[in-house]
Design a protein around this ligand. Structure first.
Ligand code: AHR
Length: 350
């Protein structure tokens, strides 16, 4: 995609801004059936224009602070979009609620920021607010999770992770591991702790893992339950599983935070995990996750890379310079086991 220069964007923005003002005054959007609320709730607001002259203003809606991964992602964005590198960053924590993200994005639209960046909590429900940003002439870049859209032109770019591939990697690792242990034909009972329902992280990892599980009649997925990517819910859901099932062979936990909660629940029940015990597959590869791997408490950690800040800054600079940018950028991601964890754990910053 050829990105227009900011000057061009600003001119078309003026027309769009007029439309948006009309919409705000009347409470109606130029799109039929869409109402533009006038309340705004972003945590930050832009200072006077003269204080940020020559800086690129970016409104960032982070979906929450539910996990160590998320905090690392927020830090990566904040660390890259600095004043020294030409940015003025506004940010908002949506506390895992789509309504809060929509309010923050609307607030950024009405403040006329140069760019909007958001990490969408779920895949669906963004069409209307992205149309509003488009009318206002503000480029929107989604990061981390992906979204469903009727038109790809509502997003300027996307920088994130291949969640489906992460799920497949987990399934493929389990396939190989069971072969190595000579258990490839045994009945294998699996429980899954899922992340936030409807998020691309939950959907992708589930679809990816299931696509490998479907190849094995002996893999029996007993249950998949929402634990919202948090340690507390991971513990609660694992306790429920342990009460219901007494023959669990494998726990798949869609992030390290839920894994920590699940391990505590298994500890309390006197269940051994890792080599020789219940096999545990985790996602993210935070430092805490890698430590669990090193300590032999879990068997594999599928990386999800949160450090998208520098690439985001680069993409915005390219747009500013009128250079080509990609529609989608995928972060590079690894798979960690006891065999390679020592090479990485020392450098893990989060
Ligand atoms: O979208 C990335 C996921 O969201 C990470 O796996 C998880 O830890 C986070 O909350």
């Amino acid at each position: 995609m050829k990105a227009g220069k900011r000057k061009v964007k600003r001119e078309s923005s003026r027309v769009s801004a007029l439309l948006l003002c009309l919409a705000l005054l009347t409470g109606c959007s130029p799109f039929s059936g869409v109402t533009v609320p006038t309340t705004q709730t972003a945590e930050d607001t832009l200072p006077p224009e003269e204080d940020i002259r020559n800086l690129i203003s970016v409104g960032f809606s982070q979906l929450g602070a539910e996990s160590a991964w998320r905090i690392a992602n927020t830090e990566s964005i904040r660390g890259a979009l600095t004043k020294e590198d030409g940015f003025y960053l506004l940010s908002d924590n949506a506390r895992q609620k789509k309504e809060n993200q929509i309010k923050a994005i609307r607030s950024y639209i009405s403040q006329r920021v140069d760019y909007i960046v958001f990490a969408p909590v779920t895949e669906e429900g963004w069409e209307t607010v992205l149309q509003e940003a488009q009318i206002a002439g503000i480029p929107v870049i989604a990061i981390d999770r992906s979204i469903e859209l009727s038109s790809r032109h509502l997003l300027t770019s996307w920088i994130g992770e291949d969640m489906r591939q992460e799920g497949e990697k987990a399934g493929l690792w389990l396939e190989d591991y069971l072969k190595e242990c000579g258990r490839q034909d045994d009945p294998i009972n699996i429980v899954v702790l899922q992340g936030t329902q409807g998020s691309s992280a939950q959907l992708g990892r589930t679809i990816g893992f299931d696509s490998i599980a479907d190849r094995h009649d002996n893999w029996n997925i007993l249950e998949q339950r929402d634990a919202d990517f948090t340690t507390a819910k991971g513990g609660e859901v694992m306790e429920t599983f342990l009460k219901k099932y007494h023959d669990i062979d494998v726990v798949v936990s869609q992030n390290d935070d839920m894994t920590a909660g699940a391990l505590e629940a298994m500890d309390r029940a006197g269940i051994t995990t890792g080599e020789g015990g219940v096999t545990v597959l985790s996602f993210d590869s935070t430092r805490a996750g890698l430590q669990l791997l090193k300590d032999g408490r879990i068997n594999v950690d599928i990386e999800c890379n949160p450090l998208s800040g520098p690439l985001l800054a680069d993409v915005i600079h390219r747009i500013e310079n009128g250079e080509e940018i990609e529609e989608r950028y995928y972060m590079t991601e690894n798979v960690f086991t006891a065999d390679n964890v020592d090479r990485y754990i020392g450098h893990r910053a989060y």
